[in-house]
Design a protein around this ligand. Structure first.
Ligand code: FNR
Length: 188
């Protein structure tokens, strides 16, 4: 069975390093694995507009996450936190309460930044938000990519960082496959 992953960049920018990182990871996936890159561009979360009448974009976003085996979030850091557009997308994905498409979903978080600090504070915030849902975080090495302007050229991530990030992507794939297998037999 192919493993279907989705990617969520924490940026709307056309030349986003976050999206370029996701695209580079997609180019390095093992066989029988796919990565669909989603857009975080959704209306601002409003509980009055949630439920059966949630907008089409929101329903499509939730379905894409629900139908995936795992999620890769690549985010920049804005003012020492995660960008609002990413928090907003996670807030939509977190509802309805108790039935979130992210419950038990394997998630790998990666941060990127032109600064050498690598967006580490945004990284920590995203993890904290995901724990509240609760999603299943891929642990191990924290994948933060500092000095990203020097590591992405022509939209492609430098090979050494790609190999470093792929170790965690492979952990995500393993976790996604075992979670999907358990779900298939009704154990999850
Ligand atoms: C930034 N940037 C930034 N970088 C960082 O490492 N720490 C920070 O606190 C901030 N703060 C910040 C605030 C705002 C409003 C903007 C627009 C930018 C720089 C940011 O990392 C840089 O613009 C990235 O290139 C944005 O990611 P994408 O769009 O390339 O994915």
């Amino acid at each position: 069975v192919p493993t279907r992953l989705v990617g969520l960049p924490g940026s709307l920018r056309k030349e986003s390093f976050s999206r370029a990182t996701l695209a580079s990871l997609r180019g390095s996936l093992p066989s029988r694995t796919s990565l669909e890159i989603l857009s975080p561009e959704l209306p601002l979360y409003n509980e009055d507009e949630d439920g059966n009448h949630a907008s089409l974009k929101v329903r499509q976003f939730r379905n894409a996450v629900a139908n995936s085996a795992g999620l890769i979030i690549v985010t920049p850091e804005y003012n020492h936190g995660m960008p609002g557009v990413l928090k907003n997308a996670l807030d939509w994905a977190s509802r309805p309460y108790g039935k979130s498409v992210l419950i038990d979903k394997p998630v790998l978080v990666i941060s990127v930044s032109p600064a050498f600090t690598g967006g580490v504070r945004a990284h920590a915030q995203v993890n904290e938000t995901l724990l509240s849902i609760p999603a299943r975080l891929v642990g191990g090495a924290q994948v933060v990519i500092g000095n990203v302007t020097k590591k992405v050229s022509d939209g492609v991530l430098d090979q050494s960082f790609l190999s470093f990030a792929m170790q965690s992507v492979n952990r995500l794939i393993e976790l996604s496959r075992s979670a999907s297998a358990l779900a298939a037999i009704g154990a999850l």
